[in-house]
Design a protein. Structure first.
Ligand code: SAM
Length: 233
C-alpha cells in the first residue's frame, strides 16, 4: 500500500491513516478486554459466564471476582472484543457518519444547519459519567495519544464542562450544584436551538425519578423558546 505519511486526523487515506484506523479498532477491542479484567468482574453462575465491570453505569461491590483467560475463546477474551468491534464496523459502514468532540454549550456547527436535534443530556446527579469514563480513558490514552493527541491532551477525562450535579463528598471540591446544572443545560439547549433549522425537529431523552431533576430540565427547556411545547412522556 502506498504511503503519504498523512495521519487520520489530517484526512489521510493511505498506509499511515490505514494503520491508525486499525489501531483505533484494536484499542476499542482492548477496552472490551479491560471491561472484563477488573476485580469487580464477577461470575454469573446461572449462565456460566463472566459479568463485566460496567453491567450498569456504576462500579459495583462484589464479594469475589472472576478472571478471564484473555488469550482464550470464552467471555472476556480479546478475540471476543475483536468480534464485537467487527460487528460494530460492519453495521456502521451501512451509514457512514462523522464524530467530533465538542461541548454542547459551544458547538462547531453553524446556525440553522441541522434538520434534527436528538439529545440525551445527563440525568442530574444519577451518573458521574466523566469520572466513570476515566476507567477506559487511561488505557485508550496510552494506545491512541500519538494518533489523536487533541483527544488525549489531559491525563484523565476533562470534567469542568460536564453538565452534572456532583453529590457532596469530603474528597471533592466540585461546585456543581443544581444551579450550575440548570445554567449549563440552558446554555446547551440555547446552542441546540441556534444550530437547529427553524423547520427542524428535536427530541430530548430524559429519565429520572426525582422531581427536582425534572423541574431543572423543564426550566432549562422553557428558557429557549421552542415553537411547539415539549411534552414529557
Ligand atoms: C445520558 S448520557 C448520554 C448517553 C448516550 N446517549 C449513550 O447511549 O451512550 C449524557 C452524556 O452527556 C455528556 N455531557 C455532559 N456534559 C456535556 C457537555 N457540556 N457537552 C457534551 N456532552 C456532555 C455526559 O458526559 C454523558 O456522556
Amino acid at each position: 500500500m502506498a504511503d503519504d505519511d498523512i495521519g487520520l486526523a489530517a484526512g489521510g487515506s493511505a498506509a499511515t491513516a490505514y494503520a491508525e484506523a486499525v489501531t483505533v479498532y484494536l484499542a476499542c477491542a482492548l477496552e472490551k478486554t479491560t471491561d472484563y479484567s477488573s476485580t469487580v468482574c464477577s461470575w454469573i453462575s446461572g449462565g456460566q459466564t463472566m459479568r463485566n465491570t460496567f453491567g450498569r453505569q456504576a462500579i459495583p461491590m462484589v464479594w469475589d471476582y472472576a478472571e478471564p483467560n484473555t488469550f482464550g475463546e470464552a467471555s472476556g477474551a480479546f478475540s471476543g472484543g475483536v468480534e464485537w468491534i467487527v460487528r460494530v464496523i460492519n453495521h456502521s459502514l451501512e451509514t457512514p457518519g462523522h464524530a467530533e468532540l465538542a461541548s454542547a454549550t459551544n458547538h462547531p456547527l453553524p446556525d440553522d444547519s441541522a434538520n434534527v436535534l436528538f439529545t440525551d443530556p445527563p440525568y442530574y446527579d444519577a451518573v458521574p459519567y466523566a469520572h466513570l469514563s476515566d476507567f477506559f480513558y487511561v488505557w485508550l490514552r496510552r494506545v491512541l495519544i500519538n494518533s489523536h493527541p487533541e483527544l488525549f491532551r489531559e491525563s484523565t477525562v476533562a470534567k469542568e464542562a460536564e453538565i452534572v450535579v456532583d453529590r457532596p463528598h469530603y474528597l471533592s471540591s466540585s461546585k456543581k450544584d443544581i444551579k450550575f446544572y440548570e445554567q449549563e443545560l440552558t446554555k446547551a439547549f440555547a446552542e441546540s436551538r441556534r444550530i437547529l433549522n427553524p423547520a427542524g425537529i428535536g427530541a430530548v431523552v430524559f429519565a429520572s425519578k426525582t422531581t427536582s431533576s425534572w423541574e431543572a430540565i423543564l426550566q432549562a427547556l422553557s428558557l429557549i423558546h421552542i415553537s411547539e411545547p415539549t411534552r414529557p412522556y
